[in-house]
Design a protein. Structure first.
Length: 224
């Protein structure tokens, strides 16, 4: 990493937290459809965030997550199962952290930089998941778009992080596994670091990455 970095800002969902964890815990109720169910729930969740932002019809991330789940349950003919819906929502509120997240944040904690989380999730969702996963102790600050009532990748969200941390965009490494989020962060002026666990191809190449890593630990190792 280049000199002058004062903060690492992490996305939460997909980057620190496994967005498929809720479905994995309930896979027995879906059988071979579990992967497709998880993919649709996630895609609709993001689509509803962006659509609401463009229409100025904001609702918080928990509401949008439930809206997306309702649609997905209907699509897979599982909307009759209220117990399954309740179990999925309960699991989503405290998603599992990715296995390497704790080690990576512990390493970064020694690097004399601020460590924060900037998420579409509500403040309650972020705190609950980070605390359950044992990550909260490594985080200096956590910010939610709910404070602004607009979703990433709106530039106002990234500016909010700068204002709160008292840093300039070029002093921030923004870490995410979501390419749309990285594109927004890079376009804003952050140094965008991609966590590419599945070795997926490049995307949004108009907004260049600063670096790419196979895991959070690989990222943390490079700055020691």
């Amino acid at each position: 990493m280049s000199d002058g970095i004062r903060a690492f800002v992490f996305d939460a969902y997909g980057t620190l937290l496994d967005v498929n964890a809720a479905v994995k815990r309930n896979a027995a109720s879906m059988g071979e459809k579990a992967d497709a169910f998880a993919a649709m729930w996630r895609s609709r969740q993001l689509e509803y965030c962006w659509t609401r932002t463009m229409m100025n019809r904001y609702e918080d991330f928990w509401t949008v997550t439930e809206e997306a789940l309702v649609y997905t349950l209907r699509t897979f003919r599982l909307d009759h199962d209220e117990d399954l819906k309740a179990r999925l929502l309960s699991a989503y509120f405290v998603l599992d952290v990715h296995p390497e997240a704790r080690e990576a944040l512990a390493r970064l904690k020694d690097s004399q930089v601020k460590i924060s989380v900037l998420s579409n999730g509500t403040n309650q969702m972020i705190k609950a998941a980070l605390e359950a996963g044992g990550l909260l102790e490594f985080i200096d600050a956590a910010f939610s778009v709910d404070d602004l009532k607009v979703y990433k990748p709106d530039p106002r969200v990234y500016q909010y992080a700068c204002d709160t941390l008292n840093v300039k965009p070029n002093q921030v490494v923004f870490v995410s596994s979501n390419t749309w989020d990285l594109a927004g962060a890079s376009s804003f002026g952050f140094k965008a670091a991609r966590i590419n666990r599945s070795q997926l191809p490049p995307e949004y190449e108009f907004a260049g990455l600063h670096s790419e890593h196979r895991s959070l630990v690989e990222l943390a190792t490079l700055i020691r």
